[in-house]
Structures are given as structure tokens and as C-alpha cells.
Design a binder for this molecule. Structure first.
Ligand code: ZN
Length: 109
């Protein structure tokens, strides 16, 4: 097994899972529910991880991932995108105009 992807971005993780499902690429998720209970965990860096069960799919899976990444990067003006606070580096949902953590105003990309 090889680790293909690790992220606490559940939207990206979900997109990747549906792509792999569509192509019938076998995978498994580790730490899938970790991020929801982050405050209760003794460790801080636990992110959901997507592992390929069959290494022979690696090249195909990487293509899928590249396509997903390219898609999310190619539309920086998209209001649905998450944004990262310039002040404290916290990730914020697209719906917020101010950082939930430090109340720094959202910057336009
Ligand atoms: Zn902030």
C-alpha cells in the first residue's frame, strides 16, 4: 500500500474519493473521522489519509489528483474556495469575509 494523499480539506478528500470510485480504483482512508474530534485528540497533526491498496494504480491515481488540484488552482476568483488568512495562516470557509480566528479581513486574491 502507498499513501496517495493527506489533507484536512474534506471537500478535496471527498472529490478525490468520488473520482477513484468512478474509476474503480481500490483505496482506503485512514484517520477519516479524526479531524471532527480534533479538540479531543492528544495529537494535533492527524489528518485523513488516502492510501492506495493496489500500487499498480499509482500512475492513474496521480493523474486524477493532478486534475483535481489543477481544477482547484485554476479558479482563484471562485467565491466557493477556502481562503487562508494572511495574518494567522488559518483556513477559512468561502462564506466568511473575516478570519474566524483573528478577525483579519479577507484579502482578495
Ligand atoms: Zn487570521
Amino acid at each position: 500500500m502507498i499513501k496517495l494523499f493527506s489533507s484536512d480539506d474534506m471537500f478535496l478528500m471527498q472529490s478525490l474519493k468520488s473520482e477513484l470510485d468512478a474509476l474503480a480504483i481500490p483505496y482506503m482512508i485512514k484517520n477519516e473521522y479524526a479531524s471532527g474530534a480534533m479538540g479531543e485528540l492528544p495529537w494535533q497533526d492527524t489528518q485523513p489519509e488516502l492510501w492506495l491498496i493496489d500500487d499498480t494504480w499509482q500512475a492513474r491515481a496521480n493523474q486524477v489528483m493532478d486534475a483535481l488540484m489543477a481544477h482547484s488552482v485554476s479558479s482563484p476568483g471562485d467565491k466557493e474556495q477556502e481562503w487562508v488568512c494572511r495574518n494567522c495562516k488559518e483556513k477559512n470557509g468561502a462564506a466568511f469575509d473575516f478570519c474566524w480566528q483573528c478577525e483579519h479581513q479577507r484579502h482578495e486574491v
